[in-house]
Design a protein around this ligand. Structure first.
Ligand SMILES: Cc1ncc(COP(=O)(O)O)c(C=O)c1O
Length: 373
């Protein structure tokens, strides 16, 4: 059996899995080769949190685990336009978004590696999540955010004690500033750092377990940097390899029409992300013009026999209000995914089991939501 490794996505060069490295020596993205074990009987006996899949999570020593008891979010059937759709309520995570799945594993790994300082860049949720886990781990952090980020997210990061660096530029300028700073630190990036995806893959484990150890037919997920989409693909792939499920769900990635590089690339049959013209969108979390792992996202959606779709600003607003009227207070980026669900079900095959997600709490974006309602 091949050893657990960090693997360069371009050259296949390998590095030890448990070394403080977030990119290859040549500066390329890394993936992880790690053999997980998923023992249903053992899992069943464990506490209701994402660490119940312990043998599938690449942390060597339990004493390094940094956790708020996160995970095992409800999977709730909600009727959308007369169709029952299962939604994971991931806005109920400790910091108010699904990013805690990734941060729990990535910051536990950083602690295990003896790292004392990290940098990160974010449109808000990943930054506040990393800041919270760093606070718990006793690791200091610099979080780079673009000017105009939601105030709730900014306040949250500051309250956790993060050093917040506001970049007077685009989301891409912010990522570049953090990337440069990371040369002298450890990049706890939800895009670059492969351990983040080892956390977001628990989304797939939970969905599968909550459906009675079965895969859904279709997954409808946000498509910004793909932290959930890629993680879900990895998780379902591991469930397939473990013989727990028989087929991969079809993955539908949702983008905002105002910033839709993956949608454009996919429909033009490109294997790279083209330069695109963007417009401002309410869905700040998926407003990513050049996703670092864009190629991987295109590949995984294609392998799953899914597609990318786009939603307009009006559709995002309508979905946000619709969910609010049903008692779900979610942020505009999450509403974009719901708008994608509404569009998908118009042409969905009958009786499909559809799973989607409510990714982030509305409480952090009240100033934006006030303008919508
Ligand atoms: C609330 C929310 N939903 C969805 C996303 C989409 O992210 P990704 O495509 O990286 O999973 C983000 C990213 O910041 C977010 O904050």
């Amino acid at each position: 059996m091949k050893p657990d490794s960090l693997i360069c996505t371009k050259t296949q060069e390998e590095y030890p899995l448990h070394e403080a490295r977030w990119q290859s020596k040549a500066g390329n993205l890394l993936d992880i080769r790690f053999k997980p074990t998923l023992d249903k009987n053992l899992i069943r006996q464990r506490a209701a949190n994402l660490w119940r899949y312990r043998e599938a999570l690449p942390i060597l020593d339990d004493s390094h685990i940094v956790s708020f008891g996160e995970g095992a979010t409800p999977l709730q059937k909600i009727t959308v336009d007369n169709v029952g759709v299962h939604f994971k309520l991931d806005f109920l995570f400790p910091t108010g978004s699904y990013k805690d799945r990734g941060s729990a594993i990535m910051i536990s790994k950083a602690k295990e590696l003896g790292i004392t300082h990290v940098v990160q860049d974010s449109s808000g949720n990943a930054g506040s999540s990393v800041a919270a886990y760093c606070a718990k781990a006793g690791i200091s952090c610099d979080i780079y955010v673009p000017k105009g980020v939601s105030e709730g997210k900014l306040v949250q990061m500051k309250c956790y004690g993060a050093n917040v660096v506001v970049v007077d530029g685009t989301r891409e300028d912010t990522a570049e500033a953090a990337y440069q700073a990371a040369k002298n630190s450890y990049y706890a990036s939800h895009c670059w750092n492969p351990f983040f995806f080892q956390g977001t893959k628990t989304f797939a484990f939970e969905v599968c377990e909550q459906l009675g150890w079965k895969a859904p037919d279709t997954l409808i997920l946000p498509a910004g940097n793909g932290t959930l989409l890629i993680g879900a693909y990895i998780g379902f792939k591991e469930l397939l390899k473990a013989g727990i499920i028989e087929s991969m769900p079809k993955i539908i990635g949702v983008q905002a029409t105002h910033c839709s590089p993956l949608y454009e690339a996919f429909n033009e049959g490109l294997t790279y992300i083209p330069e695109i013209i963007t417009l401002p969108t309410l869905a700040e979390g998926i407003a990513i013009a050049q996703p670092v792992r864009g190629k991987q996202m295109l590949q995984y959606v294609e392998l799953s026999e899914g597609v990318f779709m786009c939603v307009s600003e009006e559709e995002i607003k309508d979905a946000l209000i619709m969910m609010g009227r049903m008692g779900y207070f979610i942020e505009p980026t999450s509403a974009a995914v719901v708008a994608g669900v509404r569009k998908y079900i118009l042409t969905a095959p009958p009786n499909e089991k559809i799973v989607s997600v409510l990714t982030g709490s509305g409480l952090k974006s009240t100033e934006k939501i006030l303008k919508i309602i």
